[in-house]
Design a protein around this ligand. Structure first.
Ligand code: MG
Length: 384
């Protein structure tokens, strides 16, 4: 691999340069020793929402076992994968790290089950989308600074956090922030390569760690995984070098090789796409089609893996059962707080927009706090 065309600071011409950031919503003097994106990352690490990620479900509920991924360890893995690809591509590692660490801040307790129910509960009050909620957390909900709500992050970090957004929400956001982070969903332009990279790092991370957690939980078996071309290739490779290897170490080495290969695949395919599109600036990135990508072959195999995990893990009867219980917890909490807002913490209880306040309150909960609150308010204990 040849290294990309770089500016003196090691950034490619198409990278986000903190010196040319589109800035923060509330003007602040620059930090003396850190770039704007380093400062964003540091603010995220010190936030309350970030600490809560350790007690939020990725796939397996937090209390089901100590070794499963949580939203926190997932986010750290996304940051690790993102940074190593960013460095090879001459992209801004600090920005990638900031986006990766913040990308799941808006997730509800109990993973996707929680967000789906909250979306149903909020159907007549604007709905609920976790990407949008992540942005709400860093823009509005964190209370750390005397002069403003939120963390006052740079445009580029906020843009990366808002990964998806419906047209309806984009119009609403753009009304409050003209030409802001939601504009690209209205004029169909692309975010920075750093933001695009975090999306793919997210996918690579969860595909790999869900195999690991799936096998650890006993819900997936190693022999089941052999139907996947992608996994099978690295298992074969490993066994040809270490014929006696089996069990956990065989699984780890297979996943390790798969992760490395996917990282190198993205680096190669993305470099070619950038070269082919002739992109040599951030403006060029925004106007071009999405450039961070897998090769065609890896893309297909990654989709196959995703389909496999969906059918065999996310829809596993045992996962579905806890999912069903989680749905009840979130729905009961929502109904209870709407009826008696005073049962929420005082600053949520006092808000005039009751439904949105309830959604924000529930979305911020950890799994175990949600379960404790559910027991307190309904007298019933679920998922013990
Ligand atoms: Mg994620």
């Amino acid at each position: 691999m040849t290294s990309p065309d770089t500016t003196p600071r090691g950034l490619a011409a198409y990278a986000c340069d903190p010196a040319h950031s589109r800035g923060r919503r509330h003007a602040e003097p620059p930090a003396p020793t850190r770039s704007a994106f380093q400062r964003d990352r540091d603010r995220i690490v010190h936030s309350t929402a970030f600490r809560r990620l350790v007690y939020k479900t990725q796939v397996f509920l937090n209390h089901e076992g100590d070794l499963f991924r949580t939203r926190l360890t997932h986010s750290l893995e996304v940051a690790q994968l993102g940074r190593s690809m960013a460095r090879a591509l001459g992209l801004n590692e600090d920005l990638v790290e900031a986006i990766a660490l913040a990308h799941d801040l808006g997730h509800t307790p109990f993973g996707h089950a929680g967000q789906d129910v909250l979306n149903e509960c909020m159907a007549e009050h604007g709905g609920f989308e976790h990407n949008l909620q992540s942005l709400r957390v860093v823009d509005e909900l964190e209370e750390r600074y005397p002069a403003f709500n939120g963390l006052n992050l740079s445009f580029e970090t906020r843009e990366g956090i808002l990964k998806h957004c419906s047209r309806r929400h984009a119009q609403r956001l753009s009304a409050g922030e003209p030409d802001g982070v939601a504009q690209r969903f209205l004029d169909n332009s692309r975010p920075s390569l750093e933001a695009q990279l975090c999306n793919l790092a997210d996918e690579i991370a969860y595909n790999a760690h869900d195999i690991d957690d799936g096998v650890r939980s006993g819900l997936l078996s190693l022999s089941q995984l052999q139907e996947l071309e992608l996994v099978e290739r690295y298992r074969h490779q490993t066994l040809s070098e270490y014929p006696a290897l089996q069990g956990r170490r065989l699984l780890y080495e297979t996943i390790r090789r798969m992760l490395s290969d996917q990282v190198y695949d993205v680096i190669d395919a993305t470099r070619s796409a950038i070269a082919q599109a002739g992109v040599n600036s951030l403006e060029g990135v925004r106007a071009a089609p999405a450039l961070v990508r897998f090769s065609e072959r890896m893309h297909e195999q990654s989709r196959e893996l995703k389909r496999f995990l969906f059918a065999n893990l996310y829809r596993h009867p045992q996962v579905m059962q806890t999912t069903e219980q989680a749905r009840h917890v979130v729905r009961d909490l929502f109904e209870a707080y709407v009826k008696r807002p005073q049962d929420m913490q005082i600053d949520f209880a006092r808000r005039p927009d009751t439904h949105q306040a309830v959604a924000d309150y529930i979305a911020g909960m950890t799994d175990r706090f949600a379960m404790r609150e559910h027991e307190r308010l309904t007298g019933r204990q679920v998922m013990a």
